[in-house]
Design a protein around this ligand. Structure first.
Ligand code: HEC
Ligand code: HEC
Length: 333
């Protein structure tokens, strides 16, 4: 049963638009995305030619641009203001400007907020949630809530949300699940796998590669002073492994068809996030005031259990999940 609402993201028109705003990586088109006419297998795609031709549409278009060329507009040398502390773009993680399935997809975000968030232990609006990503993976300072840029992000999220069901239940809404092995994830095994599968693009030192005019990255950094911070969700081993499973290595993985095994994805995420061998920008806050809301792979004590920081970070996770279940608590990860 096909559930596709519309195909046409890569219609001639949008290819032109898309190309003009991603000098970063032209191979985005060749692999890793649903192309027109390709078997869609129940995934939802959007049709950017449907963005209305009015002021709201203009804001939607700008929001999409901001997702793809975030650093160009609001990066350290941004044309429209300096908010980000690094030159990553939102689409580096929320791929295809937040519409790629299994890539921290943002098509339901407009419907998901205001929402209670364990990290802050309070209810956040979508605008505040956008600012969380600006402050953490991007090491930046919050966008004013009434800025043209924030309004554009929100307009874009509203517009893409009309392609998905209101209950948020669609194929690709979440990243693929990881099955946990009985052993801990190993940064040592991960290091070998990283050299084989990742270093050719992200570099041996995880520093990434800038695009020609240095307005962003062809291959974004994974650690170092311009990488994401320890307070970012990408720094959590399970969270990253789930994303890697569906999205990396960029040149080998296909939509919904993982290249790495679950164990490999965990080992690689363990190596990438091993701060005993890598540097990162300092987190300003390592929050989660309420211990019950802490994800089990968020490796900063105090915890509501007696497992070590090491085990929270690398596993084995099953005993932690079993312990939480026994207490009648819900383990988040
Ligand atoms: C380094 C990777 C990375 C970058 C770059 C990044 N994000 Fe995120 N973002 C995440 C992760 C991880 C989550 C949490 C997803 C989850 O818990 O499933 C998230 C969550 C979100 C959410 C909440 C989604 C929801 O429905 O709850 C929004 C909105 C968001 N990001 C917007 C942005 C915007 C806008 C940018 C660019 C300014 C951005 N992000 C840059 C990794 C990133
Ligand atoms: C062929 C080149 C290539 C290979 C190989 C590759 N990546 Fe990537 N990676 C990319 C590109 C390009 C992006 C940005 C995606 C986008 O903007 O759509 C990216 C984004 C990322 C991100 C999110 C952004 C950030 O910098 O934090 C992570 C994490 C990541 N890759 C990890 C890996 C890991 C781990 C491997 C090995 C398993 C790997 N990549 C292999 C090209 C590659």
């Amino acid at each position: 049963m096909k559930k596709t609402i519309l195909i046409g993201l890569f219609s001639a028109l949008s290819i032109a638009v898309f190309n003009s705003c991603t000098k970063t990586n032209s191979q985005t088109l060749a692999s890793n995305t649903i192309e027109e006419g390709e078997e869609d297998e129940g995934y939802i795609t959007i049709d950017t030619s449907q963005i209305p031709d009015d002021q709201f549409g203009e804001s939607v278009r700008y929001g999409r641009e901001l997702m793809m060329k975030t650093a160009y507009y609001i990066g350290p040398n941004g044309k429209k203001g300096q908010y980000l502390g690094n030159k990553m773009n939102c689409t580096n993680c929320h791929q295809d400007a937040g519409t790629k399935p299994h890539a921290f997809n943002l098509m339901s975000s407009h419907d998901n907020y205001p929402q209670y968030r364990g990290r802050e232990n309070k209810v956040l609006t979508l605008a505040e949630r956008v600012n969380n990503c600006i402050m953490r993976p991007h090491s930046g300072k919050p966008l004013p809530l009434d800025s043209k840029e924030m309004v554009a992000f929100l307009s874009y999220f509203k517009w893409i949300s009309k392609f998905v069901p209101k209950d948020g239940n669609f194929k690709g809404a979440k990243n693929l699940e990881i099955e946990f092995p009985d052993v801990a994830a190993s940064p040592e095994r991960g290091k070998v796998l990283f050299a084989e599968n990742c270093a050719r693009c992200h570099g041996n030192n995880g520093e990434g590669v800038y695009n020609a005019d240095k307005s962003g990255y062809t291959y974004p950094p994974l650690w170092g002073q311009y990488g994401y911070q320890p307070g970012s969700s990408m720094h959590r081993v399970i969270k990253q492994a789930q994303w890697l499973k569906s999205n990396m290595p960029y040149d080998k993985v296909q939509l919904g068809k993982p290249y790495l095994t679950d164990k490999e994805a965990l080992d690689i995420a363990a190596y990438v996030n091993d701060d005993s061998v890598h540097t990162r920008p300092n987190p300003k806050t390592l929050d989660y005031p309420d211990k019950m809301g802490k994800p089990i792979d968020y490796a900063h004590s105090p915890f509501n259990d007696n497992f070590t920081e090491e085990q929270h970070k690398y596993g084995p996770y099953k005993p932690i999940i079993a312990y939480w279940k026994k207490q009648g608590w819900k383990a988040v990860y």
